[in-house]
Design a protein around this ligand. Structure first.
Ligand SMILES: Nc1ncnc2c1ncn2[C@@H]1O[C@H](COP(=O)(O)OP(=O)(O)OP(=O)(O)O)[C@@H](O)[C@H]1O
Ligand SMILES: [Mg+2]
Length: 288
């Protein structure tokens, strides 16, 4: 179910798209229709006892985690806790040795490949911005749709009014409306990061994964990024891995849940205030 917002996420003039599940051990293919994730139980993501080993080392160790629809969940934890590996599992980059990862109620991500997972509605932001430096901000947003089959015909026919409107909405959301015709290569680091998030938004993700998005940013850029992510509440669910505690505080506020990971599993979960006072968390992470 799409949130009721001022952003028009409808794909009325876009061709239908569906994804075939690969690697289905039953030999039966399922169809994944973007935008039709079953969140009737209120969960966008459910990780169930996921384990991943690298040469005998357990990077994820029976990890279980649930994220509610439209929640913005911050994940913290020491280096090597398995945070990035967890995102690799969710996006299909790494196959777990055991466990299952559900998008919504029914879609087992461990049985989908990376393109199918992206198509199903999971967007991922890596630390280093990957924008097309020689193209304008506007063109970058256009190009972000090129890999999305739903927009293929739209792009072929040149910009449809819906797509043009979407680009304008994303420019406003990311506060890049005055940079629309600036070459991406000329943007500041913070603006590039916001553009990359904008490019992900063009694909209408239902779950956005951000791995240390504030790394390398100035305090001002970090505050602008927190503002942007707070504006995205209600547009999609988000999982944000971050070490910058001021940034985490700006996202979690007083009531948002923060998950602390250590040694491949959840060590603690609660409001930031609660986990910051947790002895185990202080010992394994904050107190170092
Ligand atoms: N492809 C790989 N091959 C071998 N070991 C790996 C691989 N990927 C991750 N690891 C190991 O798994 C553990 C978890 O790594 P991961 O990158 O998920 O941690 P993290 O919580 O993201 O840490 P950081 O905060 O430093 O980014 C680490 O010990 C890491 O060295
Ligand atoms: Mg990491």
């Amino acid at each position: 179910m799409r949130p009721d917002t001022d952003i028009s996420w409808q794909t009325a003039d876009a061709p239908d798209a569906s994804v075939t599940v690969s690697g289905d051990p039953t030999g039966m293919s399922h169809l994944v229709v973007p935008g039709e994730i079953d969140t009737s139980h209120g969960l966008i993501l459910y990780l169930e006892t996921i384990s991943v080993s690298f040469d005998g080392f357990r990077a994820l160790n029976d990890l279980s985690l649930a994220i509610k629809t439209n929640e913005l969940r911050c994940i913290i934890g020491p280096n090597g806790a398995g945070k990035t590996t967890m995102m690799d599992v969710i996006t299909g980059k790494t196959r777990p040795d055991a466990g299952r990862a559900f998008l919504g109620q029914t879609l087992d991500l461990t049985r989908l490949d990376e393109p199918a997972i992206a198509q199903a509605g999971v967007g991922r932001k890596f630390q280093k911005p990957t924008v097309f430096e020689h193209h304008s901000v506007w063109e970058n947003l256009e190009l972000a749709c090129a890999g999305d089959k739903r927009w293929f015909r739209a792009l072929w026919d040149m910009l449809t009014p819906t797509m043009r409107r979407r680009i304008e909405e994303v420019l406003t959301l990311t506060h890049l409306e005055h940079q629309a015709h600036v070459r991406a290569g000329q943007l500041s680091h913070g603006q590039k990061q916001r553009l990359e998030i904008g490019m992900l938004l063009m694909q209408q993700p239902q779950l956005l994964l951000l791995d240390e998005p504030a790394a390398g940013m100035t305090d001002e850029e970090t505050a602008q990024l927190a503002e942007l992510l707070n504006r995205l509440r209600g547009h999609c669910s988000m999982m944000v891995v971050e070490h910058d505690m001021a940034f985490v505080a700006a996202l979690a506020g007083e009531t948002g849940l923060v998950t602390v990971m250590a040694e491949g599993r959840v060590l603690a979960e609660g409001t930031l205030d609660v986990v910051q006072r947790d002895e185990r968390v202080i010992e394994s992470y904050l107190g170092r």
